[in-house]
Design a protein around this ligand. Structure first.
Ligand code: NIG
Ligand code: FE
Length: 405
């Protein structure tokens, strides 16, 4: 494995979720890990562990950050929902469309009908667009199959995307995304199947790293969500939750009670939910793309999250119905413009806090010795430039020490 030494970089290490800038810095990799990071003045090449001569990259003052982490996507699906987008612009609401059998159900139909190759090709194109924005880790949820066979296919396609590409994929089982048509009027029976058969099989297969649920009026009740979470815990899987997106069902507190990795969306979360998250260490996953695309007006409780020190992450929520976006820097821009996050909070949201939302805080999300050598050399100098334009591109990106761009 070739070693890399980046010199004369402005390094936002993101230690402690802050820029923690090193103005004229260097970063050395060894065997896919960060071996050393610090000021040029303290760089002692004799002490670097690299055996072979490292490849040198003079950043000439360019910004270096950890590889970005998109910790909430529904990247693998068939078809698209452009027609539904048109309907919404003619006046139908997201919930109206879901109740009329469109929405998630439409994508389930298209996904079941798609071949593995079709699913892979379509998803790979989206993954490449995410990576072009500096992403080195992506979480991918199932949830457009809603039967054992298709859910498993989605999770396998998701994992396989990383086969020949230097990127880290984490998978999440979202069987409780919507009620499959064959279970119409029998939600509890579907939850029973999910808990007794699907979650155990998926856990034993190692197909998913976590379990998610859509707790909502048009999704599943808090009681059904709790059953899913208990089944996940029984199989040793961590949980996360689509919580309080369209209404307040106490989703954030429910997630926190279950020591969820993250509670996601949170537009309608109240202070009690925020306090519960603070206590349990659950990350607040903000999804400004879905907020924008659904033309929502109720903002997530950013000031409360800040006041109670709940770590805030940002993700694309890439999906065909509510957030068809494939740029995490653009989401950082939206988080600042729509949610009034600072550019520093936005970068922490796409790095250190996103890592924590995936249980990867020891592995990725900040530039520290021992962590995976995932980093981006940007066509920018100031860290605020990333959120400012939402369109800055990497000059070079590395995953586990492997050069990518
Ligand atoms: O995160 N809220 C539920 N799931 C997705 C939307 C899925 C869809 O409409 O296809 C979300 O917004
Ligand atoms: Fe989502």
């Amino acid at each position: 494995m070739s070693e890399t030494l980046v010199i004369h970089a402005r390094i936002a290490t993101m230690r402690g979720g802050k820029y923690s800038m090193i103005e004229d810095g260097a970063l050395a990799t060894s065997e896919g890990r960060i071996a050393w990071v610090g000021p040029m003045a303290e760089l002692d090449r004799q002490k670097l562990p690299a055996r072979a001569d490292p490849k040198m990259l003079d950043a000439e003052g360019a910004l270096v950050t950890p590889g970005l982490i998109d910790a909430h996507t529904h990247l693998v699906y068939g078809g698209n929902r452009a027609a539904e987008f048109e309907k919404r612009l003619e006046g139908a609401s997201y919930e109206d469309i879901a109740k009329a059998g469109g929405g998630i159900a439409a994508t389930v139909k298209a996904t079941r009908a798609a071949s593995d190759m079709e699913l892979r090709d379509q998803s790979l194109a989206r993954l490449r667009r995410l990576m072009a924005g500096g992403v080195t880790t992506v979480e991918i949820k199932s949830g457009y199959g809603l039967d054992m066979h298709t859910e498993m296919r989605i999770l396998r396609v998701a994992k396989l995307l990383a086969k020949d590409i230097p990127v880290r994929i984490r998978t999440t089982f979202l069987g409780a995304h919507a009620l499959p048509p064959e279970f119409a009027g029998r939600a509890d029976d579907y939850i029973e199947l999910l808990c007794k058969e699907m979650i155990p099989a998926i856990a034993l297969d190692g197909a998913a790293d976590a379990v998610d649920c859509f707790c909502e009026g048009i999704g599943f009740t808090p009681e059904q969500t709790q059953r899913v979470f208990s089944a996940a815990h029984e199989m040793g899987l961590r949980v996360k939750l689509h919580a309080d997106q369209l209404s307040d069902l106490g989703g954030a507190a429910l997630a926190a009670r279950n020591r969820a990795l993250s509670a996601d969306h949170l537009e309608h979360t109240n202070e009690e939910g925020v306090l519960a998250m603070a206590k349990s260490g659950t990350v607040a996953m903000l999804l400004p793309g879905a907020y924008l695309f659904l033309r929502e007006t109720k903002l997530p409780p950013i000031e409360l999250l800040r006041r109670h020190n709940v770590p805030m992450a940002i993700a694309t929520d890439c999906n065909p119905g509510t957030s068809p976006y494939t740029s995490l820097p653009l989401m950082m821009n939206l988080a600042c413009v729509l949610f009034r996050l600072t550019p520093e909070e936005a970068l922490a949201g796409a790095t250190a806090h996103a890592a924590r939302a995936l249980g990867l805080e020891e592995e990725a999300g900040s530039l520290e010795p021992g962590k995976s050598a995932d980093f981006v050399v940007w066509n920018a100098e100031e860290p605020a430039e990333l959120a400012y334009t939402g369109g800055v591109r990497p000059r070079a990106a590395y995953f586990a020490g492997t050069y990518r761009t």
